[in-house]
Write a protein that binds this ligand. Structure first.
Ligand code: 5GP
Ligand code: MG
Ligand code: MG
Length: 179
């Protein structure tokens, strides 16, 4: 375990099991369709890569980058599009892939935008969900694991752009972000 990590929230094995379970559910729900998987950069890329290996039907991949966080550990409520999609979503079945659903501000803004652009259907898959933190009315259809209200890093999730490469999800020691 990395020295800055207090404890492990999800092990490599638990993450792999979640990807397998969610991949099977998505396969069953989208059989015969061609969903467009939209990964939200940068946090979702490890999850997206592992999840889609367990989706046993055709999918396409695109990416969007939005920001609602500005370096700290609290959301500001603002959402800005840093990188937009390169393709049209009109008439498409969209699966948004996220690392973590917290207040819901980020995903709510993305869902509104894709609706406005006339997507046929929009569902969300998130590895982690912090339901206690929700500020807007939005839920993910596919959830890896519900977790308490603690700041976590690893497996794509960062603190000041670090720790994304950890193969597990862990709690950051408080001394790391207060010093
Ligand atoms: P929301 O808009 O739902 O409040 O926030 C979603 C985004 O905030 C996530 O995609 C993620 O980038 C960031 N975020 C929320 N909670 C955490 C956390 O515990 N750890 C990290 N590293 N990022 C988080
Ligand atoms: Mg994110
Ligand atoms: Mg971040």
């Amino acid at each position: 375990m990395h020295n800055d990590i207090e404890s492990i929230v999800l092990t490599k094995e638990q993450i792999e099991a979640a990807c397998e379970r969610l991949g099977k559910e998505i396969t069953a729900d989208y059989e015969g369709k061609l969903p467009l998987c939209v990964g939200i950069l940068k946090g979702s890329i490890l999850f997206m890569a592992d999840l889609i290996k367990h989706i046993d039907t055709h999918v396409e991949m695109e990416f969007m980058d939005v920001s609602s966080y500005h370096g700290g550990t609290e959301s500001t409520g603002e959402v800005k599009i840093l990188k937009d999609l390169d393709v049209s979503v009109e008439g498409r079945d969209i699966i948004i892939i996220e690392d973590i659903l917290e207040t819901g501000t980020t995903l709510n803004a993305i869902v509104d935008l894709l609706k406005y652009r006339k997507a046929n259907s929009i569902e969300i898959v998130t590895l982690l969900d912090k339901p206690m933190r929700r500020k807007v009315d939005i839920e993910a259809k596919y959830v890896g694991e519900k977790i308490p209200d603690d700041f976590v890093v690893g497996y794509g999730l960062d603190y000041q752009e670090k720790y994304r490469n950890l193969p597990y999800i862990g709690l950051l020691k408080e001394e790391v972000y207060t010093k």
